[in-house]
Design a protein around this ligand. Structure first.
Ligand SMILES: C[S@@+](CC[C@H](N)C(=O)[O-])C[C@H]1O[C@@H](n2cnc3c(N)ncnc32)[C@H](O)[C@@H]1O
Length: 272
């Protein structure tokens, strides 16, 4: 395990996934029934961007740093949440901030140091369970939740070439156990071939009601660069297809560099 999210926290991929994550949580919380959230690849939970490893890469300067001042209206909810939490929040902190008293969060993190940090943050929190365990295996073990309502965030590091296959398999395992759950999985767009294969795999699976939302910084011709990123959502809440494009367009206006083929796509892959 070489990947450490602390070097990449706050980059444009993080912003995209967190904007969608916050929208999904708000949408699910329109109903009062308790909610379970599973974060299979949780990271550390919060990051000191100015002094920690993120300062060494500076990736956050092209990401969250460009959103913090006077965010455009569609991003205000997310950015206000970031401001309110002090240190830059990773997915567990964002999710925790939105939980209502009856909701639960389970975070899985395999790296011992990162899991220990998560325990330091959430160890005394009765609504949060921290598991130092394999997130792929947790999809089988922790689903379905007793609440029967929930969101599963899958955010692997993509440090191994076969990670798209693991994601397809993991989504299938989780979906078999929790068909009514909302699944959101983030993926990098470096070049087209693995994305096409992954999306075709979803279309060929038995899973229903799937949308892919993508943010493209440029044409994905140089596979050594992060040229964009996407989020696959299974069982998207009502209005996802209407609400997400303006959010991602607002993100691109701040984070893009006006390169050719910059853009946002929201594509229905499989009908309900
Ligand atoms: C992209 S980061 C997660 C970022 C986090 N979701 C966020 O939005 O703030 C991926 C994390 O997964 C962890 N990881 C890698 N393989 C894992 C596995 N099989 N199970 C659980 N965690 C894993 C890495 O240590 C890393 O912290």
């Amino acid at each position: 395990m070489n990947y450490r999210h602390a070097f990449h926290a706050g980059n444009f991929g993080d912003c995209m996934k967190h904007v969608v994550l916050v929208w999904l949580l708000r949408a699910l919380m329109r109903k009062p029934a308790p909610l379970f959230v599973l974060d299979t690849h949780a990271g550390v939970g919060r990051y000191d961007l100015e002094n920690g490893p993120a300062a060494r890469t500076g990736e956050w300067q092209q990401g969250i740093a460009r959103l913090l001042d006077q965010p455009p209206a569609p991003l205000a909810d997310y950015v206000n949440l970031v401001h309110s939490l002090g240190l830059y929040p990773g997915s567990p902190s964002l999710i925790r901030a939105l939980l209502r008293p009856g909701d639960r969060l389970a975070c899985c993190e395999l790296h011992p140091d990162d899991a220990a940090e998560l325990r330091r943050i959430f160890g005394r929190d009765r609504q949060v369970a921290v598991h130092q365990r394999d997130g792929w295996e947790a999809l089988g073990a922790l689903l379905p939740p007793k609440e029967r309502r929930g969101l599963v965030l899958i955010d692997p590091p993509f440090e191994q070439p076969q990670e798209f296959d693991a994601l397809l398999t993991g989504l299938g395992v989780g979906y078999q156990r929790f068909r009514s759950g909302v699944f959101a999985a983030w993926y990098p767009i470096k070049h087209r071939t693995p994305i096409r294969r992954f999306l075709a795999g979803l279309q060929d699976s038995s899973m229903r009601d799937i949308i892919a939302a993508e943010l493209h910084l440029r044409e994905p011709v140089d596979p050594t660069r992060l040229n964009g990123c996407g989020m696959v959502v299974i069982n998207p809440p009502f209005q996802f297809e209407q609400d997400i494009p303006p959010l991602l367009t607002a993100l691109l206006e701040r984070l893009g560099s006006r390169e050719p083929h910059e853009g946002v796509t929201v594509t229905r892959l499989v009908d309900e």
